[in-house]
Structures are given as structure tokens and as C-alpha cells.
Design a protein around this ligand. Structure first.
Ligand code: ZN
Length: 364
């Protein structure tokens, strides 16, 4: 049985290991050694994602979480405060996604230990702990899928309680633009200059931004440019994104964005506008009656919990796994306020996550 004390200790131990994106080696060593001690066969792909297998009954199921955190995520001091875990307020907690990793580790520990030391029957398991999920699902994009045979799975990386099951998520395209005008002295010869900031403003004023419809949004989150008060700004940089749960609408927003940039470029023939639009992840939609949902539903039912089926505005490794043919479903990990310094992990819900995962491993 999943044990709250052991689970919280594991979670605190993991939170204390710094693992901002790109610096996951220490976390990797810790989780790999724990998985090996549990009897899993641990491998790494060329990106050093962790892939660990456990023989068992039936078709394998993938249990996934990610090893990295956002910043500020160094020297985190987790504090148990009533029924929640939080940081001291100077950093994130890192419950995203350490609670997901701890849930999988505790569930394996609980499911594989039975009285008298005999191993209980378990379903075949493939644990996938990715690197660099934050800011682009980089580890998942580099995952060697030839090393994974599961066709369904659970991604322990959602906000809220473990019965929150996320059945659909959007596509995201990232937009960057470098605008080059021409510098000139603003007081002596302004007519010789071309203001890159003015061009950027012209673009911003024409782009479709904000909530476009119930499943589509667009944002330019950063504008940088200019050097000094008395110089016509030569450079400007735009950084933004748009998302939709419909790939057709995503393509439509991309056409509109490109149209605006082309139109503005034609008004400033001497300026240079380098526009880059890159897809970071594709939308998905899982049917509520799919077998992968049923696996989670059965484990929740054993605990007396009803599934809450939802859609999200954010992406996760699940977007990549699903694109690659693995029906991987994100579920809540008991954590609130991801990516903030007031992030908390609700201990009772993290425990429920481990209980649900244990049920899945036991083949509920
Ligand atoms: Zn996460």
C-alpha cells in the first residue's frame, strides 16, 4: 500500500535536488538508482531520457513524468505546512514535476512489495522520465520511441487532483521575428532612419491577438528593441505564440500572422523582417471511452473516486507521445499553481495519485 510518510520523504528528497531544464544529471542518477533497486531494467536513450522496464502481465503501460523544473528552482527549501508542501517563497516548489516522479516511484515501491517478500503480480511497466520538458517538450521530442513498446500510458504532470484527467490539449506554434530597420541620429538626420520599433508596433496593431475563440489564443509576449533615446532604433525583436485545440484553426492563425508580416514588410521595403513560426506540439483529443481512460477509471473506482474529464490550454509530453501513437493521458499530481513561487503540493492528493498509480501497476 502506498505510504504517505515514505512518499513525502521521497518527494522532499527529489525537490532538494536542483534540476532546472538542461541540468537533470543529478535527478537522473537518483531516480535511475531508485528504479534499479526496485528491480527495473534502466536504460537511457541518446538524449539521456530515462526508460525503465519491468516485466509483468499483459500489454505494457507507460508511466511518465519529467525530471526538470522551471526557474527559480535552485536550492529549494520544501516546507510541510499543514497538509501541503510549499517552498519558502523565494523559489518554485518543483512539485511540477517532482510529485509526478514521486508518485510513480512510491506506486512501484508499494505494488512490488508484499508481505513475506513475495513479489505481487503486476502489469508490464515502462517508466519514461523525460528531460527538458519545460519550454518546448525537448526531451520528449528527442525520445527514442523504438525503446518504448507501450501503446497507452499515463503522464503524471497535470495540475489538480489525480482524478482530473486531461482528454484534450492544444497545438502551440512559437512566433519570433527579428526586424532590422536603419539607425540614424534622431535629432540631426531622422529622415535617414527606419524605425524597427515603429514597424514592430505596426505589426502588433494588426495581428489577431488574445482570445480568438473558445479553443484558440494568440499572444506576443515580448518586444525588445532600440538602443538610446536619440537614435532611430535599428533592431526590434518580437517573441510570441498562438495555440488552438483545432489544427485547422491553428493553420488559419498562422496564415493571418504571415499575411500581417507580409503586408507590413511591403510598406517598409528597405527594412528586413525575418519571421519564424515553428510548431512546438500538436493538439490531441482522446475519446472518453478509450481503453487508456478505462485503466485509470478502474484504479480510481477502487478508491471511490470519480474521474473528472477536462481539457487544458497547455501542452505536455502527452502531446508528443500521442502524436507518436501512444495514448498517454495526463492526470493531476496534487500540485497547484505550477511555475510560481506559491506553488503547493497537497499531500493527500499526491498520495491519492500514488494509490491510483499503484492500482494501475497491480492491473486494476
Ligand atoms: Zn510539468
Amino acid at each position: 500500500m502506498a505510504d504517505q510518510e515514505r512518499l513525502v520523504k521521497t518527494l522532499i528528497d527529489l525537490i532538494k535536488i536542483d534540476s532546472p531544464s538542461g541540468e537533470e544529471d543529478a535527478m537522473d542518477r537518483e531516480v535511475s538508482s531508485r528504479l534499479e533497486k526496485l528491480g527495473l531494467k534502466v536504460s537511457h536513450d541518446s538524449y539521456n531520457n530515462v526508460i525503465a522496464k519491468l516485466a509483468g502481465q499483459g500489454r505494457p503501460i507507460m508511466l511518465s513524468a519529467h525530471l526538470d523544473t522551471v526557474e527559480p528552482g535552485r536550492g529549494i527549501k520544501p516546507i510541510v505546512d499543514g497538509g501541503v508542501l510549499r517552498s519558502d517563497g523565494s523559489t518554485i516548489l518543483g512539485g511540477d514535476c517532482k510529485a509526478g516522479v514521486a508518485i510513480v516511484l512510491e506506486a512501484l515501491t508499494a505494488a512490488l512489495k508484499t508481505g513475506g517478500g513475495n513479489r505481487a503480480r503486476n502489469r508490464a511497466i515502462e517508466v519514461v522520465f523525460t528531460r527538458h520538458e519545460e519550454g518546448g517538450l525537448v526531451g520528449a521530442h528527442h525520445l527514442d520511441f523504438s525503446m518504448v513498446s507501450a501503446k497507452e500510458g499515463i503522464v503524471f504532470d497535470g495540475e489538480g487532483p489525480p482524478n482530473r484527467i486531461i482528454l484534450s490539449a492544444p497545438s502551440q506554434n512559437v512566433v519570433t521575428a527579428q526586424i532590422t530597420g536603419r539607425a540614424a541620429h534622431a535629432g540631426l538626420e531622422p529622415e535617414k532612419g527606419i524605425s524597427a520599433l515603429l514597424i514592430a508596433a505596426d505589426i502588433l496593431g494588426r495581428l489577431p491577438l488574445g482570445r480568438i475563440d473558445e479553443e484558440t489564443t494568440a499572444n506576443i509576449g515580448r518586444l525588445e528593441g532600440g538602443l538610446k533615446r536619440n537614435i532611430i532604433p535599428e533592431q526590434a525583436f518580437l517573441d510570441g505564440e498562438f495555440r488552438s485545440r483545432s489544427n485547422e484553426k491553428l493553420a488559419d492563425v498562422e496564415r493571418k500572422f504571415r499575411g500581417v508580416f507580409d503586408e507590413v514588410a511591403s510598406r517598409y521595403p528597405e527594412a528586413k523582417i525575418d519571421l519564424d513560426i515553428v510548431n512546438t506540439y500538436r493538439a490531441y483529443q482522446i475519446e472518453a471511452d478509450s481503453p487508456a481512460v478505462a485503466v485509470i477509471g478502474r484504479a480510481l473506482a477502487e478508491m471511490g473516486l470519480e474521474p473528472i474529464l477536462e481539457s487544458t490550454g497547455g501542452g505536455s509530453d502527452a502531446n508528443v507521445f500521442i502524436e507518436k501513437g501512444i495514448t498517454a493521458i495526463p492526470v493531476g499530481i496534487g500540485v497547484r499553481d505550477f511555475h510560481t513561487t506559491w506553488e503547493t503540493a497537497v499531500i493527500s492528493e499526491v498520495l491519492q495519485g500514488a494509490q491510483m498509480c499503484e492500482g494501475v501497476i497491480r492491473g486494476a
